[in-house]
Design a protein around this ligand. Structure first.
Ligand code: PNS
Length: 166
C-alpha cells in the first residue's frame, strides 16, 4: 500500500512489448508525480494471447526504469480502477498519439469514470517522434525483418527478432 500523502498515479497498458513511446510517457509522469505504478495487464483471454509473458513484459520495463526511484512495475488482473484504488492513486496517466487514439480513450475514460468518479484520467500528448509508434506496429516490422532498433530498448528488439522473425 502506498503512502497516502504521496501523489500516486498508475500508467496502465498491455505493453506487449514496451516501446520508447510508452517509456516516454512513463518517465514524463515520474517527473510530475511522486510515485508512478506501471500496471501491466495480465489477462490472457483479453485481445488474444501476448507475444511475451507478463513476467517478460514487466522485466523489459524494469530493466529500463530501474534507476528511477519513483517508478514501480507490477501486473494486474482486475479492473483498472480497482488496481488504481489499491495503490491510492489519484489518477490514471495515459499517452495520446494520433487522433485515432481519442475515440478509444474517450470510451475507456467514461467506463473508468463511471466505476470510480474519484479517480481522474490524465493524458500526455505523445512526443512527436513517437506519435505513430505502437507495439503492434513494432511486432509487424520485427516479423518481416524491419529495423526496430530506434523504437524499442535493445533487449526488447533482440527478443522480438528471436521470437517473431520469419
Ligand atoms: O491498450 P491497452 O494497452 O491494452 O490498454 C489496457 C488498459 C487497461 C489501459 C485499457 O484497456 C483500459 O483503460 N481499460 C479500462 C477497463 C478495465 O478496467 N478493463 C479491465 C483490465 S484490461
Amino acid at each position: 500500500m502506498s503512502d497516502p500523502a504521496k501523489r500516486v498515479v498508475v500508467c496502465p497498458g498491455t505493453f506487449d512489448p514496451v516501446t520508447y513511446g510508452h517509456l516516454d510517457v512513463i518517465t514524463r509522469a515520474a517527473g510530475m508525480f511522486d510515485q508512478v505504478v506501471v500496471g501491466v495487464v495480465n489477462l490472457p483471454w483479453r485481445k488474444g494471447s501476448t507475444v511475451f509473458s507478463v513476467e517478460e513484459r514487466i522485466g523489459f520495463i524494469e530493466n529500463v526504469v530501474r534507476e528511477i526511484e519513483n517508478i514501480t512495475v507490477e501486473a494486474f488482473t482486475t479492473l483498472l480502477v480497482d488496481f488504481a484504488r489499491r495503490h491510492n492513486a489519484k489518477a490514471i496517466v495515459k499517452g495520446l498519439r494520433a487522433i485515432s487514439d481519442f475515440e478509444y480513450e474517450m470510451e475507456m475514460n467514461q467506463l473508468n469514470h463511471r466505476q470510480a468518479p474519484e479517480i481522474e484520467s490524465v493524458y500526455l500528448m505523445a512526443s512527436d517522434k513517437y506519435s505513430f509508434l505502437s507495439s503492434s506496429g513494432v511486432k509487424e516490422l520485427a516479423t518481416f525483418g524491419g529495423d526496430i532498433d530506434d523504437l524499442v530498448p535493445r533487449e526488447v528488439a533482440t527478443a522480438l527478432k528471436e521470437r517473431l522473425a520469419r
